[in-house]
Design a protein around this ligand. Sequence first.
Ligand SMILES: Cc1ncc(COP(=O)(O)O)c(C=O)c1O
Length: 400
Amino acid sequence: MSVRAGREFLAIPGPTTLPDEVLRAMHRPAVDIYSGPLLALTDGLLRDVARVFNTKGRAYIYISNGHGAWEAALTNVLSRGDKILVLESGRFAIGWGDNARRMGVEVEVLKGDMRRAVRPAEVEARLKADLRDNKSAGTIKAVLVAQIDTASGVVNDIEAIGKAMRAAGHDALLMVDAVASLGCMSFEMDRWGVDIAMSGSQKGMMSPPGLSFVVANDRAREVHKKADLRTPYWDWTDREGDQHYQKYAGTPPEHLLFGLRQAIDMLFEEGLENVFRRHDLLAEATRRAVGVWAEGQAVGFNVIEPAERSNTVTTVLIGGGHDPVALRAYCDKKCGVIVGQGIGELSGKAIRIAHMGHVNAPMMLGTLGVVEMGLGALGIPHGKGGAQAAIEFLSEQVTA
Ligand SMILES: Cc1ncc(COP(=O)(O)O)c(C=O)c1O
């Protein structure tokens, strides 16, 4: 027997649920690419993407996923043989660094692990040592970090990392992956001293996969002039040309742009502060549920320190010989809720519950209720009343 019917709910950490308004905005004919409303659409989107990152810097929109934006960020400011420092807190900064290595960049990893955030003091110490060992001309050209690591569920304090870099007196570029955080929590690019940031359309930006964003400040654009990894498709200088066609290095992804416009309008209409607060509340509701389930000893948080748990995805370890794959299959096949799988070293050991993008209380309470049904049906020991704890938390916070 199953209780699955109607629309299934996608609770994976990207791609996320597309608002019906976004789907409808894309359902229209193509338009001219050399004149007319598309030109103003691009100008508005470039301005508003920069606004979401909180930067006076320049925005670039690519037809690519996050991997493409990684490559765009790297190729525009680095040269063969440059050295970069990658801050480990899960999988994704490491992946970004691996791409750099394959382009001929020397990559050092500041060791972290899957269960904790980057320690800013360790960044400061490493950068000070770089200056000391090399008689004040540091060898590290850039520092790479993910604001939220989607595999571990860790949130990093980018402001503190920026401060640590300045405290070290080091001039490496700070490059931030905001794929799993943009549009879900604040990103203060200029205030935090971030030089380059990148993200994708398919998570907090509530749009289909296929667009990515890179933003760069003046310092990054200055370094760009001497970078020798630049290639025609990603190159910022080419994209800054006067022709609309140059802004996408070819035909614009019109329908994705129509969808993105609608999604950003919805974010602004709700108000970014409200959007961030909504994410905070739904994430905390999820954490309340997981906290109760953890009392049964088989289920637990991947991220050890509560303050380091992200507001977009909660990675939940399933231990004691119990099978997260069976739990996911139950949620999907019996109830129509698709929760995320553990990835990387957490493959086969965890589930990931996303609370990211176009989500609301019924979606999250439904998801938590279904996971709790699955824990019960599969005999996975857990504290009872996790979904109830989430309800109680939300009813205290969301007052009448
Ligand atoms: C934090 C983070 N960075 C980068 C990526 C890579 O993005 P994409 O899969 O769009 O290439 C992802 C994908 O999930 C991610 O979560």
